[in-house]
Design a protein around this ligand. Sequence first.
Ligand SMILES: [Mg+2]
Length: 220
Amino acid sequence: MTVNWHAIDTVLLDMDGTLLDLHFDNFFWMQHLPKRYAEQHNLSLEQVSTKLEKRMRDYQGTLNWYCTDFWSEEFNLDIVALKQEIDHLIGERPFARSFLEALATHNKQRVLVTNAHRDSVELKFAITGIDAHLDSVISSHDYGQPKEDQRFWQQLQDNIGFDPERTLFIDDSDNILHSAEQFGIAHLLGIEQPDSQRAPRQSASFPMISSFAQLLSIGT
Ligand SMILES: [Mg+2]
């Protein structure tokens, strides 16, 4: 993997599936939440899974889809408390921390840009402590638009003043990388295996890394 680090000042990093293992999130939405919902409503897991999947599909790609308050109300469950029940599954992807440290050594600005709600961000920081290695943290909920929307990137630029030509953005979602590309961000990288428990994915659109170990040779 060759990145021209001399051409980059700012590194924008996604959280779930990029810095952190998506296994926690997939396990939560596909297994833990349906199980708890079924228990509360005295329903079978099959009944619940069909119902929840349909509801979640309706909101995919919108800010609500990422909003813990929205789902807490929608399902009448405390989403944050349920997430805490399985917080031992929260973990970093390989060499994420080493990569953030290397970026700091070479004076690159490190900005977390996530669609996750602040509640989820705080939970993940409390477990991993990864916020100690970030210069800024932006949740799209701060702007009222998800990363899929061009208005997110405009607000981000107004807010932190990055130069799209000299910015690298790393995210595990092709849709979101396309959105950043449309805004003019010049350097884009995907993640091959966002969830450590699932098979690697393919992307015809963007180069991908399997581990941040591939990016540790900054400045050489
Ligand atoms: Mg992600």
